[in-house]
Design a protein around this ligand. Structure first.
Ligand code: NAI
Length: 519
């Protein structure tokens, strides 16, 4: 078909004694160079270059992959589905601004490039599509399915979302009207009461139970069989839930969490039940909403099963700007002293967030996003000093999915002066989130095909269960227990880029360009 995935061999191969290509694998030996710092008795730092040798192995066979969305009938779910179909069928449609054609703008994997190196003769930069760095799944090839507590078919759900142009909808309508979400788990206490009237497609039972876990596992394996898939990735893009209380003996360990589900404990959320079902079958599960789906017991369970999990909360609009702008300000030596963030939106997400407990989840997720950048600068900030930071979200039905984010950044500059930056960001929320869903799925799937070993750790194995490599796409990145969170956008992107480079034996892109400076 016109949408066949291209293999990276078509694009580039690495010519190095440390890199080997076989029919089904790329193998590389990679020297990871870091700096180990110690503090001496005199209080001074000593920095020592450190080298660790890793072997990476990439499975080259691109699997037939399914993407199952929890909340498939929502704005994001219906929009990403229509977007994939439009791209797969290469559609064009008329708008009042003229014809538009399907694209993947806003996806870092499909819409951005990576510098491969410099041309050996002309010294020109050679940039390649990010998608071609490793043999990744092409989003056009994803088979889409999922669950929703609302029974509406996905074409009707797309109408309800009020996001896409009628001329585009008309072309995908028939195909999407055949798509019906599976009945889902609904525990009314976890989402806003104002969602109750759409919950007409639910499994019996209103608190956690093993029957729910087993039903979700069955749904996934049926979907896999029906569509002849090698692999499935599950993504939570359903309503934001309230936080679950962390209760010792209930959700603090894997064992306790399983017991809590068996005994129907009321603090186990639907999203946690979904995550448990996925973990048990090693199906990667990503949480696109802000709630604490991954209670300590769920993380523990994922580690025990070697299953991949990732989260939390898509980083689409305001926070993405924040994690780029604050990174820039603080690294420019400008002392940011306050951030005031106001949002209003009129879609169903906004309606759900108009309820206090659900808003609280979002507030927490949006609040800690500058901490690492502040903590890294001891010149501007004393220990534990933070800029003031406030986040407000209001439901304004009339603006629909066209979310407004108003931010004021207030900073102290040279000799007590001030700088105020005001940003008014308006965009269709689901058109920002949909490409992130694609990136999360494509990268998570890729990570299931990368393994590593070192001299210290004998045989090939996978990355840690908590996929912090997904951080670029997420507002409150989940990291392996005890490891630091990185929110700075540029750092997140280089982690993603350079880990993928390492897998094919290439050094990180350092931007030193000494070849243009030393001659
Ligand atoms: P939406 O409200 O349009 O869609 C959510 C869907 O989930 C609805 O169709 C609802 O019926 C369904 N649902 C609720 N509980 C469910 C359950 N237990 N099982 C299955 N389905 C269930 O919301 P939208 O705009 O699609 O956003 C989805 C989520 O993504 C929200 O939590 C939102 O906070 C989060 N998010 C969205 C961003 C964006 O830019 N659109 C950015 C960051 C996060």
């Amino acid at each position: 078909s016109a949408t066949a995935t291209s293999s990276p061999q078509d694009f580039f191969t690495v010519d190095s004694p440390n890199v080997k290509y076989t029919d089904d694998k790329i193998e590389s030996k990679y020297v990871y160079r870091t700096t180990a710092v110690t503090k001496g008795a005199d209080g001074k730092y000593k920095a020592a270059p450190k080298e660790t040798v890793y072997d990476f192995q990439v499975d080259r066979k691109v699997p037939r992959t399914g993407m199952m969305l929890v909340g498939w009938g929502g704005n994001n779910g219906s929009t990403v589905t229509a977007g994939i179909i439009a791209n797969r069928r290469n559609l064009a449609w008329d708008t009042r601004e003229g014809p538009r054609a399907a694209n993947y703008y806003g996806s870092v994997i499909m819409g951005s490039t990576m510098k491969l190196g410099t041309d050996a003769e002309t010294a020109e930069e050679i940039n390649i599509p990010f998608h071609n760095v490793l043999p990744m799944v092409h989003p056009n090839d994803l088979v889409v399915g999922g669950w929703d507590i609302s029974s509406m078919n996905i074409a009707a759900a797309m109408d309800r979302a009020q996001v896409l142009e009628p001329t585009l909808k008309a072309q995908v309508y028939k195909e999407m009207s055949q798509m019906k979400p599976l009945p889902s788990i609904y525990y009314p206490d976890f989402i806003a009461a104002n969602q109750g009237d759409r919950a007409d497609n639910v499994l019996p039972g209103s608190k956690a139970c093993m029957a729910h876990v087993e039903q979700i596992r069955k749904d996934i394996s049926d979907f896999k069989a029906q569509n002849n898939l090698d692999k499935v990735i599950v993504m939570w893009t359903a309503n934001t839930e309230r936080y679950a209380d962390i209760i010792p003996g209930v959700n603090d360990t894997a064992e306790n969490l399983m017991k809590a589900i068996e005994t129907g404990h009321e603090e186990v959320s639907p999203s946690t039940v979904f995550s448990v079902a996925c973990i048990l079958d090693k199906v990667p599960f990503i949480n696109g909403s802000p709630q604490n789906t991954f209670v300590p017991g769920a993380i523990d369970l994922a580690e025990k099963h070697g299953a991949f999990i990732g989260g939390d909360d898509f980083k689409s609009g305001q926070t993405k700007m924040k994690s780029a702008l604050v990174d820039f300000l603080i690294n420019a030596g400008i002392k940011l002293t306050s951030i005031s963030s106001y949002n209003h939106l009129g879609n169903n997400d906004g309606k759900n967030l108009s309820s206090q407990k659900q808003f609280r989840s979002k507030e927490i997720s949006k609040s800690n996003v500058v901490d690492d950048m502040v903590a890294a600068n001891s010149v501007l900030y004393k220990k534990d000093e933070h800029p003031d930071h406030c986040v407000v979200i209001k439901y304004m039905p009339a603006v629909g999915d066209n979310k407004r984010a108003l931010d004021e950044y207030y900073a102290e500059i040279f000799l007590g002066g001030h700088q105020t930056i005001s940003i008014f960001n308006v965009c269709e929320d689901s058109l920002l989130a949909s490409p992130l869903i694609i990136d999360l799925v494509v990268v998570a799937e890729m990570m299931t095909r990368i393994s590593w070993k070192s001299e210290a750790a004998g045989d090939y194995k996978g990355f840690h269960s908590v996929l912090s490599i997904l951080s670029y796409m997420l507002k409150a990145p989940l990291t392996p227990p005890g490891t630091p969170v990185v929110n700075a956008l540029a750092k997140q992107r280089s982690a993603l880029t350079n880990i993928f480079r390492a897998c094919v034996g290439l050094q990180p892109e350092s931007d030193m360009t000494l070849e243009h400076k030393l001659f």
